[in-house]
Ligand binder design. Structure first.
Ligand SMILES: Nc1ncnc2c1ncn2[C@@H]1O[C@H](COP(=O)(O)OP(=O)(O)OP(=O)(O)O)[C@@H](O)[C@H]1O
Ligand SMILES: [Mg+2]
Length: 341
């Protein structure tokens, strides 16, 4: 028992000191209802490094919120491993979890009413979750955060007098009140217009430039084009990843770039730790498969996936061609031989 604890402590320390902020290994989440079980996460692997800004995209029901809630300590994994800032989310006790939620993660939701009080001012709302000792310290820190999200001028306004976008910016300041190691946002721009969404994305980018690790779930594929790393979830697993092209790396804030239409990222399919790969649906359709079997071949350093039917047809074809060639191309082969000499 003592040995296990010691090993665990070592693992925690090693990870806390490393640059890895989130490590999900074969993460599984099963929701049980009376009639059925839903596999919301089906062996998800993902690593987020300290200081990264990552967006998660994916269809409705693909498991985005489930994953984020798990990192936020709001839900427990069913199987697999999840480490955040060196803490093992699987083995955490209730009291450790309370501390973890207070100190390690900050959460921004689509519906920002969730962590703010409408009858208090913006400043008071940001001060509320703080664990600093003096009122003066709290006020100073809250003002600093409101400035960071561009809301210092509305510090005295009651929350219910602010627009949706303004409330969302205050919500970000609230989430940062205890200087979390990681900021989580689930559809933070889901209920604001495009301009406001763009502004909020810029706030996240600015925070990230100052070193904040951020994970954002978004439906807005267009806006995600200005993020360095975009991970796509399909059916509870990471299927592909897009990485901002070199040419755009330093241009994230430039206003003349139309992030909605430009091809700013390179896309990659993602292999999981045991070598499984999700292929894009349109490519699978293009293979015209009879059933679910494909032929996999390794050729010239490339893995080639093809339909078994196509392969059969190709095998038959060259045999006929060869026979025809033998009959008629005797002189040609002499030519090629003489070339070799
Ligand atoms: N508390 C729950 N009980 C039962 N099933 C759940 C629960 N929460 C989520 N699910 C199911 O798990 C799957 C993943 O849900 P999740 O909320 O993570 O999806 P999502 O990607 O966030 O979708 P959306 O884009 O619509 O927010 C869905 O099939 C959903 O119905
Ligand atoms: Mg969701």
């Amino acid at each position: 028992m003592a040995e296990t604890n010691e090993a665990e402590v070592k693992e925690k320390t090693a990870e806390a000191e490393s640059d890895i902020m989130i490590r999900a290994d074969n993460l599984v989440k099963i929701y049980k209802t009376k009639e059925t079980e839903v596999l919301a996460l089906q062996g998800l692997d993902m690593t987020v490094e300290r200081g990264e800004l990552t967006a998660i995209i994916g269809n409705s029901g693909s498991g985005k919120s489930t994953f984020l809630n798990m990192i936020g300590g709001l839900d427990k994994p069913s199987a697999g491993a999840l480490f955040v800032a060196g803490s093992n989310l699987f083995t955490m006790s209730e009291s450790e979890l309370v501390r973890y939620k207070r100190e390690t993660v900050g959460f921004v939701w689509q519906n920002n009413g969730r962590n703010m009080l409408p009858f208090l001012s913006a400043l008071e709302n940001v001060m509320m979750p703080m664990y600093l000792s003096s009122l003066k310290q709290k006020q100073e820190k809250a003002m600093e955060l409101l400035e960071m999200v561009g809301m210092a001028h509305k510090k005295g306004s009651r929350m219910n007098m602010l627009s949706g976008g303004e409330q969302q910016r205050v919500a970000i300041a609230i989430a940062l009140a205890n200087s979390p190691k990681i900021l989580l946002a689930d559809e933070p721009t889901g209920s604001v217009d495009y301009r406001t969404a763009n502004y909020i994305f810029d706030v996240f980018s600015e925070l990230n430039r100052n070193g904040q690790t951020i994970l954002i779930v978004t439906h807005d594929v267009a806006l995600s084009k200005k993020v360095k790393r975009v991970v796509a979830i399909r059916d509870g697993k990471i299927s592909s990843e897009r990485v901002l092209k070199e040419a755009y790396q330093d241009r994230l804030k430039e206003s003349e770039i139309d992030w909605r239409s430009e091809d700013t990222q390179d896309e990659y399919a993602v292999l999981d730790r045991v070598g499984r790969l999700q292929l894009p649906q349109e490519m699978i359709q293009g293979l015209n498969l009879g059933d679910n079997k494909v032929r996999v071949a390794f050729q010239d350093g490339k893995i080639i996936i093809s339909s078994p039917e196509e392969e059969k047809a190709e095998e038959e074809q060259p045999a006929e061609e060869e026979a025809a060639a033998e009959e008629s191309t005797e002189p040609e082969s002499t030519v090629s031989e003489s070339n070799e000499e």
